[in-house]
Design a protein around this ligand. Structure first.
Ligand code: AMP
Ligand code: ZN
Length: 479
């Protein structure tokens, strides 16, 4: 398969060519574990998952690294505000590590329920402080830092391509400190690599370092851990669009300043936001939806996964319960259809569906499915191909089922499990009735009894079943 991705670095669709043939190094920014993930965050992880699954299905050996932020992330990405972990621990009367453990567990519980594959490497920031200190040492040795007010800062004016990813203008970034921003900064865009006494006297977790006892800034963990597990240059880095102007911009500056190698990362993929009817979803602003709250309202986590796949990762997606209901119904129809096919493939096929069918019938849908994914991971088109194939009654059930399971290696909708479940009796009967009526209509047309043929079609339409006459025969689908 030949993938093309929209690379934020350069803002264009580019053919994907990994640095090492057959292998892909991928780093996706992980959660800050001070609270549950909200459903917007889960969009980012489903995007990572589709990327990884697509590449693996295409034969690449993918090493997927994800960090767990349990230190250093302030409420403002630009070194402003409170420390998210410390604040959460204080509010809950727990230690920072207790909070981190609890929400890390909750995170993997959520991602597991959504069929998001566990990354190859999951790395906690607090377990990698020595790597961060070593990397900061390299940045300092190369002349990109200064100390002020007890902190060690990255000096963006020393890094000429600063802001390239976000199309920032360096002269604007260099402008003096903005109101309310840390006055130690020489340039507004400078950021902390290592905090000592400047900010939080009550910081629970501190480490010794060449710059004093303190703790790392947020951005350095991603540079240090990705380089540790993927090397000084790797293929793909991902996260939500909010990370473009600060977090990822700073990650690039630090990494390239430390290693002297460019580009640090070849392809940058960013997912657009999930927004609520009433606006942006954020934990800091309070009031956010978790996966569990959807489950409590009667949805399966895979309904939400299905909902997300219905939008392209680079388009903003509006969440509403009406839209989630639509996804829930569609996923139910999908599972029902798979169960019907499994029933037929298991030897219970009606006689008119028996007999050999050309296997290439499914191949054309698989090809279209592949090209949808190759085209910057178009999950809406990939889903449409799955549906088109399942609705095509000219395919042998075995072939359709086999192809559906193959597609589900990427979609992750649990279709093999669905196929194993007992099918509700009334659905089986309904499908038999529809297929009987379709056959009767074909007979009526052959006998030129068009009144009967039309009335069968109209009757089914009223019941939400649409008939489509194709060269190979009539196929039906739910409207
Ligand atoms: P955080 O735990 O805040 O670092 O966010 C985890 C991931 O979720 C990051 O990749 C963010 O860019 C992403 N993210 C945050 N809010 C949203 C949202 N509303 N929609 C999609 N992605 C988001
Ligand atoms: Zn990161």
């Amino acid at each position: 398969m030949a993938f093309s991705f929209f690379n934020t670095l350069g803002r264009q669709i580019q053919k994907f060519e990994p640095l090492r043939p057959g292998k892909v190094g991928f780093y996706g920014c992980g959660p800050t574990v001070y609270n549950y993930a909200h459903i917007g965050n889960l969009r980012a992880y489903v995007t990572h998952d589709i990327l990884v699954r697509s590449l693996r299905r295409a034969g690449y050996d993918v090493t997927h690294v994800m960090n767990i932020t349990d230190v250093g992330h302030l409420s403002g990405d630009n070194d402003e505000g409170d420390d998210k972990m410390v604040k959460s621990a204080e509010e809950r009367g727990k230690s920072v590590l207790e909070v981190a453990d609890f929400y890390t567990g909750a995170f993997f519980n959520d991602t597991g329920r959504m069929n998001i594959l566990r990354p190859t490497v999951v790395c906690r920031a607090t377990g990698h402080v020595a790597d961060m200190i070593a990397l900061i040492g390299r940045i300092e040795a190369n002349g990109f830092t200064y100390s002020a007010g007890g902190n060690l800062y990255f000096d963006i004016s020393k890094f000429p391509s600063y802001g390239e990813l976000a199309l920032l203008r360096l002269d604007e970034q260099k402008a003096g400190a903005r109101a309310g921003v840390d006055e130690n900064k020489r340039n507004a865009g400078d950021f902390v690599l290592w905090f000592t006494r400047s900010k939080f006297e009550n910081q629970a977790l501190v480490w010794d370092s060449p710059w004093g006892r303190g703790y790392p800034g947020w951005h350095i963990e991603c540079s240090a851990m990705s380089i540790k597990y993927l090397g000084e240059q790797f293929d793909i880095h991902s996260g939500g669009i909010d990370h473009i102007p600060i977090h990822h911009t700073n990650e690039i500056a630090q990494s390239e300043a430390a290693t002297g190698r460019r580009p640090w990362v070849k392809y940058w993929l960013h997912n657009e936001f999930l927004v609520l009817d009433r606006g942006k979803m954020s934990k800091s602003a309070g009031g956010f939806l978790t996966l569990q709250s959807l489950v409590d309202s009667g949805y399966d986590p895979l309904d939400y996964r299905y909902f997300l796949l219905g939008g392209h990762y680079r388009s903003q997606l509006q969440f509403s319960f009406d839209a989630l209901d639509g996804a829930k119904n569609a996923r139910k129809s999908l599972c029902d259809r798979v169960r019907v096919l499994a029933g037929k493939a298991g030897g219970r096929a009606a006689p008119e569906n028996a007999g050999p069918r050309p296997p290439e019938g499914a191949a054309k849908y698989l090809e279209a499915f592949d090209s949808a994914l190759e085209d910057d991971l178009s999950t809406p088109r990939a889903l449409a191909e799955l549906w088109g194939m399942l609705r095509d009654n000219s395919l042998a059930p075995e072939a359709a089922l086999e192809a559906a399971f193959d597609m589900d290696r990427v979609l992750g909708l649990g279709l093999e499990d669905a196929a194993k479940q007992e099918k509700p009796a009334e659905d089986e009967a309904l499908v038999r009735e529809i297929e009987g009526l379709v056959a009767e209509r074909a007979e009526a047309k052959k006998a030129k009894n068009f009144t009967r043929a039309d009335s069968i079609r109209a009757n089914l339409k009223e019941r939400g079943i649409i008939l489509e006459d194709r060269p190979g025969g009539t196929v039906w689908r739910r409207s």
